[in-house]
Design a protein around this ligand. Sequence first.
Ligand code: PLP
Length: 621
Amino acid sequence: HSVYAVDKWGKDLIVVTDEGEIGLLNPLSPETPAISLPGILQDLDQRGIKAPMLLRVSSYLENEIAHINESFADAIARVGYKGRYRGVFPIKVNQQAQVIDRIVEFGQKYSYGLEAGSKPELVIALAHRLAREALIVCNGVKDAEFIRLAILSRKIGFNTVIVLESPREVDTVIEVYKELGIEPLLGVRVKLTNQISGKWEESSGDRSAFGMNTDQLVAVVDKLRDAGLSHCLKLQHSHLGSQVPDVNDVRRAVGEACRYFTELTREGVPLTHLDLGGGMGVDYTGEKKATENSINYTVEEYCANVVETVSYAMDEAGIKHPTLVTESGRAVVATSSMLVFNVLESTLYDAPSAPEVEPDDHHLLSDLAAVNGYLSAERLQECWNDASFYRNELRALFRRGYVDLRQMARAERIYLSLMARIKALVAAAEGETDVDDELKTLADIYHCNFSLFQSLPDVWAIDQLHPIVPLQMLNQTPDRRAVLSDITCDSDGKIDRFILSDGVSPSLPVHSLPEADEYYMGVFFVGAYQETLGDLHNLFGDTNVVTIDLRPDGGFDLLHEQEGDTISEVLSYVEFDPADCVAAFRKMVDEAISTGTLQSKDRKTLMNAYRDSINGYTYYE
Ligand code: PLP
């Protein structure tokens, strides 16, 4: 199982057990042995909860919140920083009630708050009484309604900061202030010119969509001063980006943010909070390198770099150390969710035996079959070329009508049997062979019970890599290689990039599917962004979602179950009324009875079939 590199990316949370299964370690109880993930699935199955399923591990979420808050606290103590850390969780990264409620509840002891980037997100934040002890940071484009609610929320004890994104927003704030007579708590979003490398390069630097340049910033300060509100400007927000791969970029960007902070302070703006936005990355591949899907730093290093950089800059400028705020989302929630699904069937790209060529078959079939006679480890490339040539010629003849269906089927099977022998010779070879690259195109297709578009949208849209691994049989050598295809009818619905011990591979080593048992796959670190970015392609809805807590005794508690969408629910999302659909179907059934094409006694069977579907899960059952 070392091929799956679980020990690299598993973060001491995901491991392979002695029984060859994926196990979950409890970070809050390090002595407890790992609990088997297939065992959890079996238990849930007995309770009637089936895959595909998103499994949220609450203990992992708590662990990450503690990790970030405590790492900042440690860095602050070590550096002798005089300010505090008051993080906020950006709601957009995972808006699900189960997640937000847990974050607020568990974050309370760290005065960990929330970031809202829209009106609905602010409404969520303001429904959490515990968040009053922390910060609520409002980013994004804001109309008067948004600003009014943010200001009014101060009256019931919320520390709601309105981060000004543009000079125009200042006018609205001033108007609402005049209307309400309540002073706002304000922040200002400063655009950093430092470009940060990585997948989200565009979200930083000069051309990023949000934040103000120096000219606008000065205009905003002047406007606030004229309106007598400059004393309300307490927070500077400078978002670093997302999934920042290189920690030196963090230092550079934080250094630039500090320059603005010290200049604004010199201007007489009484800033007390420096908010560095999101960006702390997740090491999806476990490479520990500054690459798109990995990072070259730990949480501790990130925190230390931020604290040190701000500390030096403020000391140099003779300015009081501000409260540090970050809006890390991905690093807080990604690890806590995993997607599990079963493999439904496979399309194999080799065959154990070849059929006999028949006397009337086209002579190219005999040529194809003859390759078997000279196939050897020394002549792999030649045999590959010949087999591919004859098969392609036969396909061309089939298209023109010179080869019939049965002959073509024999040809395909002879070809696949040759591929089986080539694969076996490659497997037995020591080191690389001439056909290694060619063989990668010959992976099986494992058809899996999930929708890429619903559950892993970033894999489809931006080539995000997540660790993917079979959950069982890991003490048996994988005997096949596969790409994974989902159950949407879209050829884009497939996964063909996998994190393996020797790098990213176009196919995943897998086992021949067991006869009787389910073969489960797990996709890890899917807690950030995926759930609400997912869409309803082919009308596959939300999967079942289960939240569990790992117990110190090695068991688990089921905290919450959210049943996946029914067909009736997804129909209503696209504005069909399920009752109307039933009525329309019933009408056609009754018409068929009237015309005599259907017997009355069959009415119930048809109606039940339609109703069962409409009430059922959208995935394969
Ligand atoms: N804050 C702001 C303003 C953002 O735009 C984002 C995401 O891009 C975040 C926080 C969260 O970033 P991340 O999930 O990378 O920590």
